[in-house]
Write a protein that binds this ligand. Sequence first.
Ligand code: GRF
Length: 223
Amino acid sequence: MNIDLGEYQNNNHLISPLEIKFPKFTPKLNLAVMASGEGSNFEALVHATRGKLLDATISILIVNNPNCNAINKAKKLNVPFTIINHKEYRNREQLDCEIINRLKNLSIDGIIMAGWMRIVTNVLIKAYPDRIINIHPSLLPSFPGINAIEQALKEKVCITGCSVHLVREKVDNGPILIQAAVPVLTSDNKITLSRKIQIQEHRILPIGVSIAGQNWRHMKSYG
Ligand code: GRF
């Protein structure tokens, strides 16, 4: 008997670590989110905080693209946002200095790069050591950098996914907090695979933030 497993396999995934905990933080984690595009991961984080999963407040959304849809999401969700247009800064370091400047009075525990399409420098990384998180659409260390989904399709891998990790100077290279694996079907293209990976991104990003948040609360100084 032939069983059509298409839909089942489309929904199939594996998240690890498996022990998913959403601890309480006292006071709540205080987060800044940075986004450049659609803002779906930002939106997922806001829903996780309001749905009482992630015990955190998102104090600010930083965007570098004044026309990105993440701004509309921030307005709809009532989250304060600020625009730091990278084109107005001479180099990456100056952009990072301005990020630090905008965050300086907010007592931020951590920064979440949720589709932040700029490389951050040591200026920001040293100001928030081990307190910057990134989400990347591949199973790192495979397919770092841009076009991770196209790279996975080109290499004809059978499994890809997404990773939440701490940010280090080398791009897409810091310690991994959580990953989700997603099967690649022969029928997949960039759109279908991106959609499947994004569903998992929205699930693992709040968990990754919770994992990192527990470490932040044991650190002595804030960034
Ligand atoms: C995500 O797929 C993320 O992995 C990558 O950029 C994309 C951002 O999507 N870094 P969105 O803006 O959160 O919808």
